[in-house]
Design a protein around this ligand. Structure first.
Ligand code: HEM
Length: 517
C-alpha cells in the first residue's frame, strides 16, 4: 500500500483499496455489474486510442524556444514584417515541434524512405503561429485537389495492405510535377539519419507584411547545427531490423542529456507579384527559389530543450495547421496552401474533437475570448474579464465581446482579377529543377538514387516504366540513361511517346522530347 499521497483513486476521487481482484460473488465469481472502479478502468481503456493522423501518424514532439535576430540579413526586420516574434534581437518565443514520417502508421519504422514532417508551433504574444513543413523543400503536387490521390498511391494497397511501388509509380508517371520531389526522395535525403540531422522547410510560399501594409513573398528554411546526415537503404535496413523508433529515441535521449538540438531559421524573399521573368511560378511548391537570386538570410535560432511529459496529450493530440498565422505573417495564393488550410483543422475536429484548441498543448498562451460554446469535451468558457456570461453572441449592448480594433494598415497584397476556371498554372516547368538537383548531387548520391529508382520502378508495368524513363530523360539525359539501363529501356524506346494529355510543354521542352538522349 502506498502512503496517502500516492494512493490510487478512481477519476471520481474514490480510493481504490483493491486493484487486483474484480468484485465477485464468492471468490470464484460470478462478477457483479455495480463495480464502479472496474467499469471505469476497463471502459476508459477501451477508448484509449484516438484515430491516428491520416498522414504523419508517427512522430516525435519536443519543446523549446525561438530566439530572433531582429534582422533579415543586415536590415531591420521591421522593414518587411511587423510580426512581433521576429521584431527584436534576442526576443524569445516558446515553441513545440513535431517531427514525423508521412505514410506509415503510428508504430511504423522511422527508417522508412519517406518525406519527414517538420511542424513548429510558436506560442507568440499575438497567439499561435504554426509553420507546417517538411525536410525536402518541395512537394509531389501543386494543387490540393490531388492530395487524396497522391497519398492513396503512397499508402498501402487497399486490398493487399502493402505499399506497392507499382501503384506509386503508376500515379507519379502521370504526374510530371512530382519529378523534383522523386529525385530528392529516392536519393539518400529520402531517409534522414535522425530528426536532429535534417533540414526543415516551410515549402509553401507565404507573405510577410510590414506596418505600412507592404507585402513580400517568403519561404522558410531551417538548417540543423548538427549538419544534414542521411542513410542509404542498407543502413536503414540494419537500423530498422533492431528498432522501429530510432529517430524518436535519438531526439529524446539528446534532450535528456542536455545536448539540445538547434536549427537556424533563414528566410528567402521576393517582391509580391507573379515574377514573369522567372521560368517557374513563385507560388508553385514543386519548385525551390534559386539561392543565388534569392539569398536565404538569417532571422533566428530554434533550440529544443524539453521532452514531452505524456505522449498522448502532447504528441497524439497536438494539432498544427497552415491557417494558424499571426499579424504580419500572411497566406499567399499558393493553391496547395488554401487546400491545406481547410484540411488541417477539419481533420483535427474529427481526430481530436471540436474543442481541440482547449487542450493545453494547442491553446494559445494569450487570453482567448470567443462566443464558441459547447461541443464534446468542452471545459471552461473563454470569457473576457467583466464579460456578461449571458451574452455569447456579438454584437450586443449588454456587456458581450466586441470586435478588436481595426488594423492600422490597408489591404494586403496585389489586386487580382480573373475568370473562374479549373486551369493549371501556365509556367509548369516540371523538369528543369529536378535535372539541376541531380547534377548537384555527389557521385555516391547519384548512384544511390539510380539504384533506388530502378529497384522500385522495376515493379511497375512496362508502360509505367517507359513513361518514367521518358520523364527522367526530360529532366537530365544521364538520369534517363542510367535508370533506363537498369530497366532495359533506351532513349530510342521512349522517344516517340507523346506528352501526357494533362501536360503543357514549353517550346524548349517539346524540342527536348523530340531529341531525347
Ligand atoms: C499532416 C493534409 C500537404 C506537412 C497532415 C494532416 C492532414 C494533412 C489532414 C493530418 C493532420 C492531423 O491529423 O493533425 C494535407 C493536405 C495537403 C498537405 C490536404 C495538400 C493539399 C502538405 C505539405 C507539407 C505537409 C506540402 C509539407 C510542406 C504536414 C506535416 C504534418 C501534416 C508536417 C504533420 C503535422 C503533425 O506533426 O501533427 N497534412 N497536407 N503537408 N502535413 Fe500535410
Amino acid at each position: 500500500m502506498a502512503d496517502g499521497t500516492r494512493s490510487l483513486t478512481t477519476r471520481q476521487g474514490h480510493p481504490v483499496p483493491d486493484n487486483q481482484n474484480t468484485r465477485t460473488i464468492g471468490a470464484r465469481g460470478p462478477a457483479t455489474l455495480e463495480n464502479y472502479h472496474f467499469l471505469e478502468k476497463i471502459s476508459h481503456f477501451d477508448r484509449e486510442r484516438i484515430p491516428e493522423r491520416v498522414v504523419h501518424a508517427r512522430g516525435a514532439v519536443a519543446f523549446g524556444e525561438f530566439e530572433a535576430t531582429g534582422t533579415w540579413g543586415d536590415e531591420p526586420i521591421a522593414a518587411y514584417t511587423r510580426a512581433k516574434i521576429f521584431s527584436e534581437a534576442g526576443k524569445r518565443t516558446p515553441l513545440a515541434i513535431r517531427f514525423s514520417t508521412v505514410i506509415g502508421g503510428r508504430d511504423s519504422s522511422e527508417a522508412a524512405r519517406d518525406p519527414r514532417g517538420f511542424a513548429v508551433k510558436f506560442y507568440t504574444e499575438d497567439g499561435n503561429w504554426d509553420l507546417v513543413g517538411n525536410n525536402l523543400g518541395v512537394f509531389f503536387i501543386r494543387d490540393a485537389i490531388k492530395f487524396p490521390d497522391v497519398i492513396h498511391s503512397l499508402k498501402p494497397d487497399p486490398v493487399t495492405f502493402r505499399q506497392e511501388p507499382a501503384r506509386i509509380f503508376d500515379f507519379m508517371s502521370q504526374t510530371p510535377e512530382s519529378m523534383h520531389m522523386l529525385v530528392n526522395l529516392f536519393s539518400p535525403r529520402g531517409i534522414p539519419a535522425s530528426y536532429r540531422t535534417q533540414q526543415g522547410f516551410g515549402v509553401n510560399t507565404y507573405r510577410w507584411v510590414n506596418a505600412e501594409g507592404v507585402s513580400h513573398l517568403v519561404k522558410y528554411h531551417f538548417y540543423p547545427h548538427e549538419g544534414v546526415k542521411s542513410l542509404t537503404e542498407e543502413d536503414a535496413a540494419n537500423i530498422q531490423a533492431g528498432d522501429l523508433g530510432h529517430a524518436s529515441k535519438d531526439l529524446y535521449e539528446a534532450i535528456e542529456r542536455g545536448d539540445f538540438p538547434k536549427w537556424d531559421l533563414y528566410v528567402q524573399m521576393m517582391e509580391d507579384h507573379d515574377h514573369p521573368e522567372l521560368d517557374f511560378d513563385p507560388l508553385d511548391d514543386t519548385k525551390v527559389w534559386p539561392e543565388e537570386l534569392f539569398e536565404p538570410k538569417l532571422v533566428g535560432t530554434m533550440t529544443l530543450n524539453r521532452n514531452v511529459s505524456d505522449h498522448h496529450n502532447e504528441n497524439e493530440q497536438i494539432a498544427f495547421g497552415t491557417g494558424v498565422l499571426v499579424d504580419g505573417l500572411e497566406f499567399s495564393d499558393d493553391k496547395m496552401l488554401v487546400g491545406r488550410t481547410f484540411s488541417y483543422s477539419d481533420t483535427q475536429r474529427y481526430r481530436v474533437g471540436p474543442n481541440y484548441l482547449q487542450l493545453p498543448v494547442n491553446a494559445a498562451k494569450v487570453d482567448v475570448h470567443t462566443n464558441q460554446r459547447g461541443g464534446q469535451m468542452s471545459y471552461g468558457v473563454d470569457l473576457a474579464d467583466g464579460q456578461n456570461p449571458h451574452v455569447n453572441y456579438e454584437p450586443s449592448t449588454m456587456g458581450g465581446l466586441a470586435e478588436s480594433a481595426k488594423p492600422g494598415h490597408g489591404e494586403v497584397g496585389p489586386e487580382i482579377n480573373g475568370r473562374l476556371t479549373t486551369a493549371r498554372i501556365p509556367r509548369t516547368n516540371d523538369y528543369a529543377q529536378a535535372g539541376e538537383r541531380f547534377r548537384l548531387m555527389e557521385d555516391w548520391e547519384r548512384d544511390d538514387l539510380v539504384k533506388n529508382l530502378v529497384a522500385n520502378i522495376s515493379e511497375a508495368t512496362r508502360e509505367v516504366q517507359e513513361r518514367m524513363v521518358w520523364h527522367f530523360f526530360m529532366c537530365e539525359d544521364e538520369l534517363g540513361q542510367r535508370v533506363g539501363e537498369g530497366l532495359g529501356i533506351t532513349a530510342d524506346d521512349v522517344r516517340g511517346l507523346e506528352p501526357l494529355a494533362t501536360q503543357t510543354l514549353s517550346e524548349e521542352e517539346l524540342e527536348r522530347a523530340r531529341n531525347l538522349g
